[in-house]
Design a protein around this ligand. Structure first.
Ligand SMILES: [Mg+2]
Ligand SMILES: [Zn+2]
Length: 161
């Protein structure tokens, strides 16, 4: 199957006013996100979210907070028929502990590729940071770098000509 891997903050969730988003009340979706993800889904792309949540390591919030935010996003999207197949996150931060999963590592993406039998050649990652693109490259996926918190329409049109 083919997949779109999405970074979370700055791609799905607008992070222009909060560096860390860990309360559902702070979840503000990037303009057009539901429509853009619907377009991709209609072309049979499965959607995955891969996010660094180093604030957990920094003890700014807990895993449960991240999971609540993901449940919230999942449910809001579901209302519009958009299905996120899986949310995965790295809870670590390199100032506190080393890990193998924090982007630019490609590990989380590679695990999803193996688990869901994803065709790398037909899949893309959309991210707003160089480390997202590096993670995509490491996993053999095309990475598309976008400006933070902007409507994905131009990038979706690039994927679906
Ligand atoms: Mg980001
Ligand atoms: Zn990690």
């Amino acid at each position: 199957m083919k997949a779109i891997f999405l970074d979370r903050d700055g791609v799905i969730v607008d992070n222009s006013s909060h560096y860390y988003i860990f309360k559902t009340k702070d979840v503000k979706f990037v303009d057009g996100i539901i429509d853009n993800l619907s377009r991709l889904q209609k072309k049979e792309y499965q959607l995955f979210v891969v996010t660094n949540q180093g604030g957990i390591s920094k003890k700014q919030y807990k895993k449960e907070d991240v999971e609540k935010v993901h449940d919230f996003i999942e449910n809001e999207f579901k209302k519009h028929g958009v299905k996120i197949r899986e949310f995965v996150y790295c809870p670590h931060h390199n100032s506190f502990e080393n890990c193998f999963c924090r982007k630019p590592s490609s590990l989380l993406i590679e695990k999803l590729i193996a688990k869901h039998k994803i065709d790398r050649t037909k899949s893309f990652l959309i991210g707003d940071s160089i480390r997202d693109i590096e993670a995509a490259n490491g996993a053999g996926i095309r990475g598309l770098l976008i400006p933070s918190n902007q409507d994905l329409s131009p990038i979706v049109s690039q994927i679906i000509p």
